[in-house]
Design a protein around this ligand. Structure first.
Ligand code: SAH
Length: 250
């Protein structure tokens, strides 16, 4: 049976996933805890991704080499870049770019040297299935979130977007940087710190990859007042519900 790798960016997300797995066993590799078990009858290995491109790439490599996952799904939060990617929306990546890759004396800006490409595409079928699950979950946020969280974070009609996510080793939290990213990568819906690196590793191994991110902030000067509360009360609940919905119908 196919083994599914789940990489969660946040502790709260992973905790929610583990609570849904009845029989997980911990296997420690490369200073990371991999949780091997089942969810809705599927073989699953769940792990905390860790933050940043290199850490996430190491985690992904272990999932592929050691645990032989046949598909890899990343869930986490991201900063919204496109004006319509609002806090509480979900972005399912169709492709990812490392926005901090620049070997431009030798290669075009953003191109990863020796890969001949800047953009790493996700698996269309996997991404479509996750987007369908996300649409289902977001059609009724009250089923997954508390009334107070919905009111405080203004989550009355969250939307699912599909498109480009950009990744780099920076938490983007100034309007100037966010606008610079939007100017140079106008298709980018959201920015985070891991996805494009994991997509690159999955391309190397020929394993289907998908990334689902809940917009937690607008990557601008309006510092998110309560990032941790948003992760706990919104993003981790969406991740759990989306993954559960997807695996139930897979
Ligand atoms: N307090 C958190 C740390 C969050 S770091 C913790 O203890 O886990 C930010 C995480 O959210 C990274 O995984 C990154 O991918 C994502 N992220 C959310 N908003 C972002 C932004 N504006 N810029 C870059 N990454 C962002």
């Amino acid at each position: 049976m196919a083994v599914i790798g789940i990489m969660s960016a946040m502790h709260e997300e992973l905790a929610a996933v583990l609570a849904a797995m009845p029989d997980e066993q911990r296997v420690r590799v490369a200073e990371r805890d991999f949780w091997v078990g089942h969810w809705h009858g599927h073989d699953v290995v769940a792990v905390l991704s860790r933050i940043g491109k290199v850490a996430a790439a190491t985690t992904a490599t272990v999932l592929l080499e050691r645990f032989k996952v046949d598909a890899l799904v990343f869930t986490g939060a991201a900063g919204g870049l496109a004006p319509h990617a609002q806090v509480g929306d979900v972005v399912v990546a169709t492709g990812l770019v490392q926005h901090d890759m620049d070997a431009s004396l030798l290669f075009p800006r953003y191109e990863v040297p020796l890969y001949g490409r800047a953009r790493f595409d996700t698996d269309p079928a996997l991404s479509e299935a996750l987007a369908a699950a996300a649409s289902q979950v977001l059609s009724d946020p009250a089923q997954h979130l508390g009334a107070q969280a919905i009111a405080d974070f203004h989550l009355l009609s969250p939307r699912v977007h599909q498109g480009l996510i950009v990744s780099g080793d920076r938490f983007v939290s100034t309007t100037a940087e966010s606008q610079a990213l939007q100017r140079s990568l106008p298709d980018a819906l959201a920015v985070e710190m891991e996805g494009a690196a994991v997509a690159q590793v999955c391309l190397d191994y020929g394993v289907p990859f998908a990334a689902v991110r809940t917009i937690s902030d607008r990557a601008d000067d309006d510092a998110h007042t309560d990032f941790n509360r948003f992760i706990r009360e919104v993003a981790s609940r969406y991740s759990l519900a989306i993954l559960s919905q997807w695996l139930m119908h897979r």
